[in-house]
Each structure stands twice: as C-alpha cells, then as structure tokens.
Ligand binder design. Structure first.
Ligand SMILES: O=C(COP(=O)(O)O)[C@H](O)[C@H](O)COP(=O)(O)O
Ligand SMILES: [Mg+2]
Length: 485
C-alpha cells in the first residue's frame, strides 16, 4: 500500500490543508461491514486520470462527513465511526472506465424512519462532484435494524387480497384514457364500463389532479358512483385509484379524506410528491384502512441511464420502507423501458420476505425485509390481452396487470375491452393450473378461448402484431454464472 492510500492519523491527519480522501480515512480495504451498517453499491465513472479508489473514497466522504479540506472539528466527534468507508472497488464487467464501489455507513448516521434523511446523505451532494463524470446508486443493503424503524406498506398484498376478495390470479386494471380532458361525468362512464366489463380496478393517470376541465371532487363523485354501480351489477368488489396528488399536504389530506368518506378502498399518489409526502400518506393510509397506490411518475429522468442516477431497484426499496402498497414496476413486454432480468429484480424487492443477492438480476446484496408487508407490483404501459401468457410467466400472480389503451381502445368499446382481458386472464390461469406450458401454448389457449368470446377475438385481431422490441438501456452487468462480489 503506498503512502497516499494510507489513512493518516494524529497530527498528520489534522494538519490544515487538502488531503486525499483516501488519506482522510474514507478508504478502508480491510473493513468488514457490520450487520448494522447500511451498504451502498455505486457505479462510478471517474474523470480521465482520476484514480478509481480515490474516487470511491471521495464518494464515501462526500456522502457522509467530509468536505474538501481537513477540518479540525472532526476531532470533536467520533470521526472514525461516522466516516463512511469505501472498502471495495471492482471494475464493471465489459467496461473500460466504470467501477462498482462498495461503501459502508454506520447506522448512527441516519435518522430512524426517514427516507428524506437517508437520501440527503446517500444522494445528497455527491452526484455533482466534479472529479466524477457520472455516478449511479446501483443498490443498497438496508440492515434489519434500519428496516424495522419504518412502517412499511400500509396494507400489504395479503390484506389487499382479503379486502378485495380476489385470490389466485393477478388483479386487472386500466388507466382511464384520454389522460386529460374528460369531464367528470364522462370519466365516470369509462370507469363504470371498464369495471362492469370485468376489471377489478381502474385508475387515474399520473397527471390527473384538478384541472379546469374536471375538478377533483367531480371526478371522485362520478368515479365512486361508477364503482358502486359496477359492484352492484357484478357482485364483485371493485376499486378505482383516486389520485390525491396535489400542491400541498393539506390539499392531499383533504382529497384523501373525501375519498375515504365516499367509501373508496384505494387512493393514489405520484412519486413526484417526494419522500416525506409519501411517508405521510402511507401513515394516513394505515390509519384509514386505505390501499395506497404509487405511480412512479418521473422516475425515468434518473433511473433509466446506467451511468448516472439511481437504479429503480433502490427506489423500490425506499418505497417499501416508506409504506406504499402498489408500485409501478414494469411490464417487460410493453411500451416502456424494462429488461426482463432487471425487472425481475424489482419484482423481488417488492414481493420477497427476504431478497437474495442475485447479480444477474442487478441485486448486489441480500436484503432482509424484517416482516414489513409486501408491495403489489403494477405492470402497466402498452400491454394487451394477446400478451397474457407472457405477462403471467414473467411477472407471476401477485401483480396488477393494467391495460389502459388495451381496454379503452377496444373496437367494440370499453366493456368489451375489459371482458377480453378478464377472459384472457382466466383462461390462462386455468391452463397454468392444469399444468399446461403457457409460454409455448399461450397463443393457442387464447385463440381457443376467443372462439366463445367475441370481445377477446376482436382484441387479439386488433393488437396481435403490436410489440415494442427495442434494446433496453438498463441491463444487468453480470451474467447468470457470475460469482463476483
Ligand atoms: O398511462 C399509463 C399506461 O397506459 P397504457 O396502458 O394505455 O399504455 C401509465 O402511466 C404508465 O404505465 C406508467 O408507466 P410505468 O408503469 O412503467 O411506471
Ligand atoms: Mg400514464
């Protein structure tokens, strides 16, 4: 080890001036993370000529206690404990300028139960640090001691199924379209048709709040009338995610309380409201026996590119701590970004009791969930009935499959679109339960069912060739056989 890599101590450490972060103690290659440490894995792209180990130490420093120069006031603290420690730097496979840096943080650096505080450290200053061309938070290991300080999902998958009286199959939903412009009354008609036709849920889109064409109260009143009528018509429990996203917490509470007063079983928020607002709404949802749906609006601005930002698997972990019940987590086959292996990792974060490290799915750490409820992943974006076998195979059973265009765009109308999806789902679940190979026989199973279901036949004819085959940007860096880390 050269002198520059060694942590300086005593007078040498505290001489005024600028030391390398490695020398300030932010690089400890022998460090063994404690069970109670938070661990982050960052992808770092150092500027040309910057040593990757110094870059990793700088990330550890700037995301914990350091500044750019030595400060004597460190000596008034338990600085050795509070310094985050970069302890491992691996080159990213198949890349010449990127590295995975592992950094351990002492539990005492964080306020219990606060995503705002966690994120202010881990993604606070450090993403703008000049010696790095790019920085991405790939994954975090949240220790049990930290997980236990959070409420977790307000309702959870098990209780959601019990409240809705729906078991053994994915739930079906649809986003009302067009996203903007419908009046309350016409909006309610879409909800009624879709629910009566066979869906379990409808939902507001991310950008429906309270615009001049439809006040939020109008929407809530007509939507709940539609839910009640559809329940009466079908004898099934139905729901519609009423989006309570608004400019202030006070407005959101007012809208959520009105939704509860009208008997809604679910409300919705957008990721853009921020972590503190999400945690507040999760507490409200638990107090009010409400399922809480999170639409991940805005996430792609920072999750999609591999060289800079925050992986969605980390956002999913924070959302589970924060306490939402549903989270949009990708479809693989639909219109929006979603590599199959990466998406599998997100779904595991939502639904596992314990998420195992699997590098081929982008999961860098074992993650205990300490009995926090599970989140229902939501698959939404450009999917249709003809993909039912692929969706069930890829995403499993505890998932909401959401067909917006794939319900409302049906040639015979919304109720027919909903019926097509419900029949496609039920015939595929029956085939799966009978032990059939749905991946290969899926199209035949659908065509067979379509013989006695005209809406399904029309859906298959309309959308049979629609696929979105583009290369994914966010793919895992390790192959299935990888043993590294
Ligand atoms: O409006 C839609 C889908 O409409 P449609 O079903 O008509 O395509 C949702 O906003 C996206 O699914 C969000 O994306 P994600 O689920 O990836 O966050
Ligand atoms: Mg949308």
């Amino acid at each position: 080890m050269d002198a520059e890599t060694q942590t300086l101590t005593g007078k040498e450490r505290y001489k005024s001036g600028v030391l390398k972060y490695k020398q300030m103690g932010y690089w400890e290659p022998d460090y063994e993370p404690k069970d109670t440490d938070l661990i982050a894995c960052f992808r770092i792209t150092p500027q040309d000529g910057v040593d990757p180990v110094e870059a990793a130490a700088a990330v550890a420093g700037e995301s914990s206690t350091a500044t750019w120069t030595v400060v004597w006031t460190d000596r008034l603290t338990a600085a050795e404990k509070y310094r985050a420690k970069a302890y491992r730097v691996d080159p990213v496979p198949n890349s010449s300028d990127q590295y995975f840096a592992y950094i351990a943080y002492d539990l005492d650096l964080f306020e219990p139960g606060s995503i705002a505080n966690l994120t202010a450290s881990i993604i606070g200053n450090v993403f703008g640090f000049k010696p790095l061309k790019g920085l991405r938070l790939e994954d975090m290991r949240l220790p049990t001691a930290f997980v236990k300080t959070f409420q977790g999902p307000a309702t959870g998958i098990v209780v959601e199924r019990e409240r809705l009286d729906k078991f053994g199959r994915p739930l079906l939903g649809a986003t009302v379209k067009p996203k903007l412009g419908l009046s309350g009354r016409n909006y309610g008609r879409v909800v009624y048709e879709a629910l009566k036709g066979g869906l379990d849920f409808t939902k507001d889109d991310e950008n429906i709040n309270s615009q001049p064409f439809m006040d939020w109260r109008e929407r809530f009143l007509y939507c709940m009338e539609a839910v009640n009528k559809a329940q009466a018509a079908t004898g099934e429990i139905k729901g519609t995610y009423l989006n309570v996203t608004a400019a202030t917490m006070e407005d959101m509470y007012e809208r959520a309380e009105f939704a509860a007063e009208l008997g809604s079983n679910i409300v919705m928020i957008d990721l853009v409201i921020g972590w503190t607002a999400i945690q507040s709404m999760a507490k409200w949802a638990r107090r009010n026996n409400m399922i809480l749906h999170l639409h991940r609006a805005g996430h792609s601005t920072y999750t999609r590119q591999k060289n800079h930002g925050v992986s969605f698997r980390v956002i999913a972990k924070w959302a589970r701590l924060a306490g939402v019940d549903h989270i949009h987590a990708g479809t693989v086959v639909g219109k929006l970004e979603g590599d199959p292996a990466t998406t599998r990792g997100y779904y595991d974060v939502c639904r596992n009791e314990f998420t195992e490290k699997r590098l081929e799915n982008g999961l860098f750490f074992d993650q205990p969930w300490a009995s926090l409820n599970k989140m229902m992943p939501v698959a939404s974006g450009g999917i249709h009935a003809g993909q039912m076998h692929q969706l069930i195979d890829l995403l499993g059973e505890d998932v909401v499959l959401q067909f917006g265009g794939g319900t409302i765009g049906h040639p015979m109308g919304i109720a027919a679109g909903a019926t097509a999806n419900r029949v496609a789902l039920e015939c595929m679940i029956m085939a799966r339960n009978e032990g059939r190979d749905i991946v290969n026989e899926g199209p035949d199973i659908l065509n067979e069912a379509a013989k006695s279901c005209t809406p399904l036949k029309q859906a298959l004819d309309t959308w049979k060739d629609v696929t979105f085959n583009y290369a994914s940007t966010d793919t895992p860096d390790y192959a299935v056989t990888a043993t590294a880390a």
